[in-house]
Design a protein around this ligand. Sequence first.
Ligand code: AMP
Ligand code: MG
Length: 401
Amino acid sequence: MPSPVPDQPTFPMNISVPEARQMLQGLLPAHEAETVPVGQAAGRFLYADLEARVSHPSATESALDGIACREADTLGSFRQCPTKLKVVGESRAGVPFSGSVGAGECVRIYTGAPVPEGADAICPVEQLEDDGPDDVWLLRPASPGDVRAEGGDFQLGEVVLRAGQRLTPARLALAVSLGHAEVRVRRKLRVALLSTGDEVREPGSVLTPGQVYDSNRYGLAAMLREAGTEVIDLGHAPDSPERLAELVEGAGGADVLLTSGGVSMGKYDFMRDLLLEQGRVSFWKVRLRPGGPAMLGGWRGLPVFGLPGNPVSSLVVFQVIVRPALTGEAPFSLRLRAATPFRAIADKTAYWRGNIVGGTVSDYGKQGSGVLRSLSDTGALVIVPEGQPVEIGDEVEVMLF
Ligand code: AMP
Ligand code: MG
C-alpha cells in the first residue's frame, strides 16, 4: 500500500506554536451566549462586559469599630493631653445614625456602618477610653483614612468585568457585589475526546507487557473540564481504520474533536491517515518539543485536533496550543532565573520541565515525552526558544502547568 504521507504536502507543515493556536481558533465556532444564575457560573467565561448596578460601598462607611467624629476636633492638643468628645449616638451596619455630628461630638460606630453627617474621621476602639457612658477620651487623633468613601471600590454604571474573562472565585464574588443575580456567559464548547492505540487499556485492567493505561484520555478530560468545556467521551479506538472512522463519526454533535495518538510517522498511525485520506488537513507538525507531531484538520465539517500519544506530549500540546484556543486565555507564565542550563533545539521551541525553588528554576532531568512524573512533580514548563540555549543566571519564561 502506498504511504498516505505526501511528498509534496498541500498543507502547512512545521508551523510555530502561535500559528497552530490561531489556526485551531479559526476552526472553532463563534461564541454563543447563555444566561445562568450566579450560583452556577463559577469557571464560566463572561459573554459580555458586566456593569455595576450599585456603587460600593453604597454609603461612606467606617472600616473599623470605634467612634466617628470631626478630625479637626482631635488634632493639635495631643502633645499636652488627649481629647475628650461627647457621645451623641450610635451607627451600626444596617442601622445608621440619623442625626449629625457637631463640634466636640462623636458617635459610636462599627465596621461597615455609615459615617454620619458632620463626621469625617474614625478613631479605633483600641485608642479610646470611656469616661462614663456619654464621654470618651481619644488617645490618638482620628483618621480620615479609616473611612471608606461611597463608590470608592466601584461606581454605579462602571464596567468592572470584561467579556471573555473567566469567572474565578474572586470575579464571581465581584459579579454578585456588582448586583448581578444572573450572568451572560459563553455557551460551553462541546469537545469530543477519543484516544487511540491497540496497546492502550482502561484503568483497572490487567496489563500484558507492551500495554499502557489510557492516562491521556483521563488527563485530557480533566484539562478540558478545567478549561470550561463540556466533554463528550468517545472512549478508545483500536488501531483499525474502520473502527476509528466509526468512532469519529460518533462525534457528530461536538464543536471539535480531540484525539490522542496515531498522528506520527508510523505505519499504524491511522488518525493521520483518516485525515489525510478522507478528511482534510490544516497543518501537520508543530515546531515544539515535546509534541511535534500534532495535527489539525477536519472530518465531514468537524474540526479535529490530533494530539500525539506520548503522555507528556499530549498534555503539553493541550496546554500550550489547545487550551488557549478554546478559552481565549493566554497561558500564564512568569520570568525566573535559571539555576541550571537548559538546552535548546535548533528548530523547535522546547518546553522543558523545571523545578521552581527559591525564585529560580532548575532542570527536572528526565525530559522524555513518556515521563508523566516530570509534569506532576514540577508543574512548570521552561520555555526555551528555538536555538537559544539558556545559561545559569539567564532569565527564562516559565509556564505554570
Ligand atoms: P502514538 O502517538 O500513537 O505513536 O503513541 C506514542 C506513545 O504514546 C506510545 O508509547 C503509546 O503507547 C503512548 N500512548 C498512546 N496513547 C496513549 C494513551 N491514551 N495513554 C497513555 N499513553 C499513550
Ligand atoms: Mg498509537
